[in-house]
Design a binder for this molecule. Structure first.
Ligand code: 5GP
Ligand code: ZN
Length: 114
């Protein structure tokens, strides 16, 4: 756990959040400012800031995040289409520097993204 990291504090239940999934390696919770009817954030329990800090060691947890997204999408009946997004760095809109995958669904999405 990294001191002063919002998402580490959510994982440790020091800050309340609607946690919808947890296993040994990842946890997922509802985004506080939902951009779609379903908007979850899927995180590794190990703190690292972004994909820029990911190494070979993180290969397993990165796969588990994607599989958790697919499992949650199925549970939330997002079969019509959903979007997973990982913002990396301020230039891409990253605001919380604990790696997270957005899972958005329940509405139509356009491409290219903004
Ligand atoms: P980013 O912009 O870094 O890709 O995404 C960060 C996300 O975290 C945003 O969608 C934002 O709404 C969400 N967020 C920020 N603070 C909190 C919080 O305290 N609780 C929850 N549940 N989500 C948060
Ligand atoms: Zn953290």
């Amino acid at each position: 756990m990294s001191a002063n990291c919002l998402f580490c504090k959510i994982a440790a239940r020091q800050i309340p959040a609607k946690i919808v999934y947890e296993d040994a390696d990842v946890f997922a919770f509802a985004d506080i400012n939902a951009q779609a009817p379903t908007h979850l954030l899927i995180c590794p329990k190990e703190h690292f800031a972004s994909l820029e800090e990911a190494t070979e060691r993180h290969e397993g947890v990165l796969g588990r995040m994607a599989l958790a997204a697919a499992k949650l999408a199925k549970e939330m009946n997002l079969g019509g289409g959903y979007r997973t997004v990982v913002n990396t760095g301020p230039g891409a809109g990253q605001t919380v520097f604990h790696l997270h995958m957005h899972l958005l669904g329940g509405r139509e999405f356009s491409w290219p993204p903004g």
